[in-house]
Design a protein around this ligand. Structure first.
Ligand SMILES: *[C@@H]1O[C@H](CO)[C@@H](O)[C@H](O)[C@H]1NC(C)=O
Ligand SMILES: *[C@@H]1O[C@H](CO)[C@@H](O)[C@H](O)[C@H]1NC(C)=O
Ligand SMILES: *[C@@H]1O[C@H](CO)[C@@H](O)[C@H](O)[C@H]1NC(C)=O
Ligand SMILES: *[C@@H]1O[C@H](CO)[C@@H](O)[C@H](O)[C@H]1NC(C)=O
Ligand SMILES: *[C@@H]1O[C@H](CO)[C@@H](O)[C@H](O)[C@H]1NC(C)=O
Ligand SMILES: *[C@@H]1O[C@H](CO)[C@@H](O)[C@H](O)[C@H]1NC(C)=O
Length: 365
């Protein structure tokens, strides 16, 4: 993104350059007047920018050096001798780069001052260690952000894997640091279509059906505390986890996955919310309409889901309860269900209520 600034510095240069002419004579160390340092160049005292030169001259004074740079379209900064040579002149090197682009090449040197044409970058507009790249001609700059940051000034951290996907434009899953206010968390972003469609998928929970950490009545469904956050960095394995994305990450899609006997299957719920916490923690039933076969397809053929009731969604609650799931009954009502498939199903972390124990994953986008 380019930002345009009104640029008056080219107009004030000639008068300021004249002020600099005053300092001549002897072999004194050359110090340009304050006005020049403030308005024309940014001076780096006793510094030398070690990048390739596009011209080398001996000049009578700093003004000659400055004009030589200005008349060269690809000159962005100069190194100038700190004191006159035996011939009464200064050496002057024109450079095609600057300290903003090649900050590591700015070296200390007693015999040199470095001057960079003042640009919008002088005010260090790029946050989070972003690199400012000036364009002197139009008084424009661009921030090249460090990995993990976005925005015109690199002022925003990724809030979700969707942000990371939109920024990286890659289908390669990778570890990404997400920023929630001043807090950060690292997660393995699942990029691309592993079963729920394209894009960047943010992991939220990983639940082991052999355990009851995330049973229906667990406080983890209603509170804002993490469980084993390092499990958010290891993908579709068997570590359980609840990440701070549970209450921080907004989404329009929820991806549910179950791994049974090494086979993973996923299904997609289209549902918009400010976080998964906001859909679940209040205990309100929120219906979904996947249909019983999509829930059955998450598991395997051994699963039992009786034909009736079929109440599905978030906080399904009858005599059986699931944080996300579907209830089934042999009788034609929802009061006496004895089968269910879901996440946080009664005392089961995940899977089929009576039959299947699954390793389960919830991701959002
Ligand atoms: C200056 O840069 C050149 C080439 O990039 C390098 O070989 C040299 O060591 C650098 N000089 C100093 C003093 O770092
Ligand atoms: C200066 O930075 C550019 C990229 O911004 C890089 O290509 C170049 O190698 C750097 N030059 C030196 C001498 O480090
Ligand atoms: C530098 O000074 C010498 C003598 O003082 C003069 O002849 C020459 O034209 C000057 N060079 C420039 C570029 O002003
Ligand atoms: C990711 O892969 C899908 C096809 O599976 C493709 O349509 C999409 O453009 C890819 N995205 C990127 C950023 O390469
Ligand atoms: C950051 O973490 C602290 C401690 O876990 C918590 O109290 C605070 O609310 C969090 N801030 C945000 C913006 O999530
Ligand atoms: C579950 O996923 C496997 C691949 O892992 C696939 O072969 C199978 O058809 C899927 N089952 C259903 C019901 O979609």
């Amino acid at each position: 993104m380019f930002l345009v600034f009104t640029c008056s510095m080219f107009i004030i240069w000639p008068s300021l350059l004249l002020e600099a002419v005053g300092s001549q004579g002897g072999h004194d160390i050359y110090r340009p007047p304050q006005t020049v340092r403030q308005h024309l160049f940014v001076m780096e005292e006793f510094r030398y920018l070690n990048v390739s030169r596009i011209g080398s001259y001996t000049v009578n004074d700093s003004i000659d050096c400055a004009f030589k740079c200005l008349s060269h379209t690809s000159c962005f900064s100069v190194n100038l001798a700190a004191s006159r040579g035996m011939d009464g002149k200064f050496w002057c090197e024109l450079l095609s780069s600057d300290k903003y682009r090649n900050s590591t090449e700015l070296l200390g040197k007693k015999s040199s001052h470095h001057f960079v044409i003042k640009s919008p970058c002088s005010s260090s507009p790029c946050k989070n260690e972003g690199t400012c790249v000036p364009s002197y001609k139009y008084g424009i700059f661009e921030c090249l952000c460090k990995k993990g940051f976005i925005g015109d000034f690199c002022e925003k951290g990724f809030k979700s894997c969707k942000d990371a996907y939109n920024s990286y434009k890659s289908n390669a899953s990778e570890l990404v640091t997400l920023h929630f206010g001043s807090n950060t968390t690292s997660v393995l972003c699942q990029m691309g279509d592993f079963g729920c469609g394209d894009g960047g998928w943010t992991p939220v929970m990983k639940i082991d059906g052999n355990k009851n950490t995330f049973r229906f009545s667990s406080g983890y469904w209603t509170d804002k505390s993490e469980y084993n956050p390092s499990g958010g960095m290891t993908g579709f394995d068997s570590q359980e986890a609840k990440l701070s994305t549970y209450w921080n990450t907004p989404f329009s899609k929820v991806c549910l996955g179950m791994k049974v006997n090494g086979q993973m299957n996923f299904t997609l719920i289209t549902s918009q919310a400010s976080s998964l916490h906001s859909l679940i923690a209040d205990g309100q039933y929120r219906a979904t309409s996947l249909g019983r076969y999509k829930w059955i397809a998450l598991t395997d053929s051994r699963v039992e889901l009786q034909l009736n009731c079929n109440q599905e969604g978030f906080n399904t609650m009858a005599n059986r309860r699931a944080r996300v799931g579907i209830l089934g009954n042999n009788e034609d009502n929802c009061h006496t269900c004895d089968s269910a498939i879901g996440f946080g199903v009664d005392n089961r972390g995940c899977g089929g209520l009576s039959s299947i124990r699954a390793m389960c994953y919830i991701l959002v986008q």
